[in-house]
Design a protein. Structure first.
Length: 455
């Protein structure tokens, strides 16, 4: 039975309305009726229908006009036109406009039921497809972080593992790689999500204020302290405190932070007693923190305390396969103009993929936003991209290695990846030809592609 399905029947003939509502009700549908297009539109205002059956010739507002309005209102129910002798031509026009089907009057036996069954099947497929799409999209995103690269998928799985724990997390990565996004994801997908997420940029607050920001103060603790003030640790109680740019924290304060982390207690400036807080600390920096430890700029004991679990985000140039996905993501955000969604031309996408992205995902986001403004006729071409990108200042492999580390294995990997990428773009993605140029077997190319997470 179709017990929960709701149908709207629009026809000016009273007898036919009656006949259809009895018949469809018997088949288990809930049926509403309307005598012309106008009343039909009113029904649409107050109900969501699964199917609409609509006559073509009617007084007040005919079927075609009703259809046009309904489609403009983005009614998603399949609309089936009913055409009497002489209106078949109009019925065909209606199909072109977006009607789902038409049946000619008088109906043959069971004809309505068959058309409805077909429509039902199509709706089911549509639903399934959209679910599949969602699954596919879900696979490549985690709490708003978009990525398909193996390296980031590994980060997703690590986030999943630690989100519910109180473990202190250090997020490392170049500027714009998504460190803050990861910190938020840790909070939002963990058991603390209902409690506050408090973020503080340790580099942006003057040294003398940072302590009272973090720990609070009591009235009279210093000249300007006219009242008690709760610190960020207290505000984040039960939740997460995100210490951004932790590498900028002054040494004197590092000692105090370490104490708080070890004792789970804060003491406001000027207070004589401590207070217990339950705060999960996530910190982030784009600096080389262990290098700073070596140089005496960062306390080693604090470094170990913060770095219980480390998430190292790869720069965008090491995960080129994420670029199309991210570009699409940002086009969806910035490129929804009146003519629909903006598209990226293949040439422009190649430019995006060849660039070295020193500013990582943030830079890509800005470039796409700008391109969406500059683009014409809904198409992002290379002309919409900044000059620096078109001239493609791609990092030489050796440059990419030198500041990362000096491992020969790693350097080989990077050069190999680079060459594979070049060969593939030269052959338009043809793997057999690419393997030839690379002078390796197809099998070992396929293996390497898998290893590097390149599709
Ligand atoms: N994988 C991603 N998917 C979607 N958006 C991303 C992704 N990575 C970064 N972004 C976006 O890029 C911008 C920069 O990200 P974020 O602020 O998290 O970087 P960051 O590493 O904290 O940078 P910085 O070191 O400069 O503070 C944000 O707008 C963020 O939403
Ligand atoms: Mg940041």
């Amino acid at each position: 039975m179709n017990s929960n399905q709701h149908i709207l029947v629009i026809d000016d003939e009273e007898n036919l309305r009656h006949m259809l509502s009895v018949m469809l009700a018997r088949q288990g549908y809930r049926v509403d009726v309307a005598a012309d297009g106008k009343s039909g539109l009113i029904c649409l205002l107050n109900n969501v229908y699964d199917y609409i059956l609509c006559d073509i010739r009617m007084p007040e507002m005919d079927g075609k006009t009703f259809l046009t309005h309904a489609l403009e209102e983005h009614v998603s129910a399949p609309i089936i036109m009913m055409s009497a002798y002489g209106s078949v031509e109009t019925a065909v026009e209606c199909m072109k406009l977006g009607a789902y089907d038409f049946i000619s009057k008088p109906f043959k036996k069971d004809e309505i039921a068959i058309v409805l069954k077909k429509a039902e099947e199509r709706e089911r497929l549509k639903e399934e497809n959209s679910q599949l799409r969602d699954v596919a999209a879900g696979q490549f995103s985690y709490s708003g972080i978009i990525s398909r690269s193996a390296a980031m998928q590994e980060i997703f799985s690590q986030i999943r593992k630690v989100a519910d724990l109180k473990t202190t997390i250090l997020v490392l990565g170049e500027s714009g790689t998504g460190k803050e996004l990861v910190a938020r994801a840790l909070h939002q997908t963990g058991c603390r999500s209902q409690k506050p997420f408090v973020a503080v940029n340790c580099g942006a607050i003057p040294e003398n204020l940072l302590e009272s920001e973090l720990f609070g103060h009591v009235r009279g603790a210093f000249t300007d302290a006219s009242s008690d003030k709760a610190g960020l640790f207290e505000q984040a109680d039960g939740g997460t405190l995100f210490l951004d740019e932790i590498g900028e924290m002054p040494l004197a304060l590092q000692v105090k932070l370490l104490r708080v982390l070890q004792e789970n207690e804060i003491r406001k400036i000027g207070a004589s007693v401590s207070k217990t807080v339950d705060v999960r600390v996530v910190s982030a920096t784009s600096r080389d923190l262990s290098g700073d430890v070596g140089l005496g700029r960062f306390r080693e004991d604090l470094y170990f305390r913060l770095n219980v679990f480390c998430l190292q985000l790869p720069p965008l140039r090491y995960r080129v396969e994420d670029i199309p996905l991210l570009a699409e993501h940002f086009v969806k955000r910035y490129g929804n103009d009146k003519d629909g969604l903006v598209r990226v031309e293949p040439d422009a996408l190649r430019c995006l993929m060849a660039y070295r992205w020193p500013g990582n995902v943030r830079e890509l986001e800005n470039v796409v936003e700008r391109a969406c403004i500059l683009c014409e006729r809904g198409l992002i071409t290379t002309a919409c991209l900044p000059l620096s990108l078109r001239q493609s200042d791609k990092a030489s492999p050796i440059e990419m290695v030198a500041d990362e580390n000096l491992s020969i294995k790693k350097a080989e990997d990077i050069i190999e990846r680079e060459l594979i990428g070049k060969a593939l773009s030269k052959t338009g993605g043809n793997r057999t030809q690419a393997a030839k140029i690379l002078e390796i077997s197809l099998r070992s190319l396929l293996y390497k592609l898998k290893e590097y997470g390149i599709e």
